[in-house]
Design a protein around this ligand. Sequence first.
Ligand SMILES: Cc1cc2nc3c(=O)[nH]c(=O)nc-3n(C[C@H](O)[C@H](O)[C@H](O)COP(=O)(O)OP(=O)(O)OC[C@H]3O[C@@H](n4cnc5c(N)ncnc54)[C@H](O)[C@@H]3O)c2cc1C
Length: 493
Amino acid sequence: MADFIDVAVIGAGVVGCAVARELSRFRVRVLVLEKELDVATGNSSRNTGMLHAGFTYKPGTLKAECAVEGNQEFDQVARELCVPFKRTGKLVVGFTDKDRENILKYKEIGEKNGVKGLRMIDKEEIAAIDKNAGGEFAMYVPSSGILDPMQYTIALAENAAMNGVSFVFGSLVTAISRVTDEEGQSFYRLTTSSGDYEARWVINCAGMYAPEISEMLGYPKYYQRGFKGEYYVLDKKAGLSLSIPVYPAPNDKGGFSTHATPTVDGNVLVGPDSYITEGREDYANTLAHMNGLFADGSKMFKDMRREYFIRNFAGIRWKNCDPETGEVKDFILEASDSHPCTVNLVGIESPGITCALPLARRAVSLFVKGEEASGREVPENKSFNPCRERPKRFYEMTLEEKEEAIRKDPDYGQIVCRCENVTKAEILAAIRNPLNVHTLTGIKNRTRAQMGRCQGGYCMTRITELLEEEGITPEDIRYQKADGYIFTGKVRP
Ligand SMILES: Cc1cc2nc3c(=O)[nH]c(=O)nc-3n(C[C@H](O)[C@H](O)[C@H](O)COP(=O)(O)OP(=O)(O)OC[C@H]3O[C@@H](n4cnc5c(N)ncnc54)[C@H](O)[C@@H]3O)c2cc1C
């Protein structure tokens, strides 16, 4: 083997980055291969950012087990990784007898799964918790919370990188073959758009493309169906009138339709709805669904107004399904002697953000067991540091802290994004990020610049100037995708 890699992780969504971080607790050489130019460009950035409690998943499933575990440990995880997180609780509200029946059914399931503190409340108590929450009655879920899923994925990746993991972006895995060299050593050769890599182990974390990678590794090409959901993002004025996520009663299959969720930064997300799509990356928003969101969202959030809309987006939950009946199945997490040195994760749909670290620990324990079974030691990484720091954002600082920051670094005195109050110092820190990502969405997800009311209308050109000052020529700047160029050349000398 030319360039020795112990484990190749395919995919840098929240699951791949969590796996990479957990692998970095050991002294093994890990490479994450990601087809896009940054982490969290797939469904890990196209979701609600709820830390789910675990009351809708069938007892005994991986979904239930990992959701409850992931929920209970998240205060510590958020502290270690500096991830914006609030344990807000959640209201699951109902209007009809059928809603009450379903809520009570899922309350019982939640209790079986170990979700603590679930209780039914009446309309008066709903109003006391939040006057803008809809519903005639509700189940109060104290352990639910909200987090920033992009920041979480970035934090996992940065923590993995500081503990020794390497990331290669723009690297689409197109084929995998098992090779045995002259000395009888077997390994995998991964053919990618950025060249070939050789690794002893492969862990499949490819999200919606996991069935294809699964097949390349010799596992079945599992059958998935895409449940698309569209969203509205409401500006921070709406965030002032909603303090807690409000979900409608689950349907008979445990699914929710449109909900209203405050974000950690003070916006409100309305959505997602849910409908089947065939398009793998079909993230378009559609008028019919946006109108549906307005009608359904208004039942959850009484202060819903059209003037609050600042953006929309969509995500797709790729669920493992029975090809005959369409029945939704559990996450797949497996290793097999017939496909040595592989761990296969397929169908990690919702609640994949909540479950990422518990799933990663289970995946890494399959790797360790496999190594030990073949007589290899897996030494601990004694210098592993679970903590990743993130400098305080300017808008989070007190007046005194702001004055001190500007005194030490005058770049804190220059506001680049007016909507979100992001300074030149923060943009420069984001451009110099440890993963060496230079897309505009990379800077957006790291700083919130371009996320405000004007959606980058004011600051985007200033950010591109700063990128140029840092040595990135405008013609090389991409919005998000490898072919997402913004500039074609100078129009004036
Ligand atoms: C609408 C919606 C709402 C949701 N809400 C929540 C929620 O509130 N709470 C919660 O816990 N979960 C939620 N989820 C679920 C959660 O977002 C996903 O489970 C999670 O993001 C999946 O992460 P992943 O890493 O498996 O996949 P992804 O984020 O899709 O990452 C997979 C990565 O693999 C890369 N890749 C794919 N193929 C290749 C290849 N051949 N070579 C190289 N790279 C490749 C992709 O580019 C991608 O970056 C929601 C999901 C959706 C869609």
